[in-house]
Design a protein around this ligand. Structure first.
Ligand SMILES: Cc1cc2nc3c(=O)[nH]c(=O)nc-3n(C[C@H](O)[C@H](O)[C@H](O)COP(=O)(O)O)c2cc1C
Ligand SMILES: Nc1ncnc2c1ncn2[C@@H]1O[C@H](COP(=O)(O)OP(=O)(O)OP(=O)(O)O)[C@@H](O)[C@H]1O
Length: 330
């Protein structure tokens, strides 16, 4: 997949293109469906499929206080976009200039002149241009004037919930990893590196791998069934995310106890991927390290049962069916 970080980086010989524009945070089920559609149409039209996204997330500029934490920081977002099979992603720097650009100017500069769009596909909640003043109907009209077709999709629902990045964030922030997985189409995971702990666990409870401080979206405090990928190797794990009140001071950490542990070479820069599968319980203050250790052993037994059952189910579940209706303009 080609990655362009500014309009002049797009070769003049690149077009025509089939495009979808959005933040694509999470690259959730509805995003994946849209990306598959632009790939399919690009193939039919002998064109290139292109996602247009923004960095930073527009809310970081528009509402710096209270801007949402990202489900997928840019590196992971690009990796998931690449895995969707599209030909290119255009990452536009979301700066003051872009923020103030009107919908018609955006369409002329990005879709017509830079990408030579033949088709643009969006969900019907799509908004664009200065203060998000332009919407799907405006895109259809602009496409009519400027020579591209617009295809608008009705919203995609899973379990009666309209799939959106905001809804995925809510699920993760409330610890509902099952819902997050349904909306994302994969379990929620984060990428990090190891950090040193206080060595309390090794002495008083269980040894853990602590994650380096992570600034983006994390699940609600609590204990989770997880899987940790260390380099190329994957381990079952139980993970605590929280302030560890049993040991006094409030020090937030995400730390994992590996179930099928064997010694691994862990360097400060070793890549770790932690996948959150299921929330077991909230984090609590225990009267003693022994009481906490006893509880952790129960967490381990539950996690082992959960992972065993999940593996059995995964090997016997038929693939889910999806439905999307399209409104097409030409
Ligand atoms: C599965 C698991 C569950 C945990 N649950 C709690 C908890 O409920 N309350 C708590 O205070 N600490 C909990 N902890 C955190 C331990 O207190 C932690 O491992 C200890 O503080 C060691 O910290 P260190 O890695 O900085 O040495 C849990 C840790 C694990 C691995
Ligand atoms: N449930 C959905 N059904 C159909 N299209 C969708 C759905 N969710 C998003 N899209 C479309 O995917 C493209 C990218 O969406 P974008 O990431 O900007 O929005 P989002 O997922 O709704 O996130 P947010 O919750 O932050 O608004 C847009 O065309 C959008 O309309």
């Amino acid at each position: 997949m080609d990655i362009f970080r500014a309009l002049p980086e797009i070769p003049s010989s690149f077009g025509p293109t089939v495009v979808s524009i959005g933040n694509f945070d999470g690259v959730h089920c509805a995003h994946q469906w849209l990306l598959a559609e632009i790939s399919r149409r690009a193939h039919e039209l002998s064109a290139k499929s292109v996602a247009v996204t923004f960095d930073p997330h527009p809310s970081r500029l528009l509402r710096p206080i209270g801007a949402p934490k990202l489900i997928t920081p840019m590196t992971e977002r690009l990796e998931l976009l690449r895995a969707s099979g599209i030909d290119a992603t255009l990452v536009l720097p979301f700066n003051d200039e872009l923020c103030k650009m009107s919908g018609p100017d955006f369409v002329a500069a990005v879709l017509r002149d830079a990408l030579h769009a033949a088709e643009v596909h969006e969900g019907d909640n799509f908004r664009f241009g200065y203060r998000a003043q332009s919407q799907a109907a405006d895109l259809i009209a602009l496409g009519h004037d400027q020579g591209f077709r617009v295809q608008i999709f009705s919203p995609r629902y899973i379990r009666g919930i309209q799939v959106s990045s905001s809804r995925v964030r809510e699920a993760i922030q409330s610890g509902n990893m099952t819902l997050a997985r349904a909306l994302l189409g994969r379990p929620f995971s984060i990428h990090s590196t190891p950090a040193s702990g206080r060595a309390i666990g090794r002495r008083l409870t269980v040894p853990t791998i602590n994650l380096a401080p992570y600034d983006e979206l994390l699940p609600a405090d609590g204990v989770y069934v997880t899987r940790m990928k260390i380099g190329e190797e994957e381990f079952d794990a139980v993970t605590n995310a929280g302030t560890r009140p049993t040991f006094g001071e409030d020090s937030y950490a995400v730390e994992s106890y590996l179930l099928n542990f064997h010694p691994v070479n862990l360097l400060p820069e070793t890549p770790l991927e932690l996948t959150f599968i299921h929330r077991l319980r909230e984090e609590r203050k225990f009267p003693s390290p022994e009481a906490l250790k006893h509880q952790i052993m129960q967490d381990v037994a539950k996690a082992q049962r959960y992972l065993h059952l999940a593996d059995l189910l995964q090997n016997s579940t038929p693939p889910s069916r999806t439905g999307f209706r399209a409104r097409i303009s030409s």
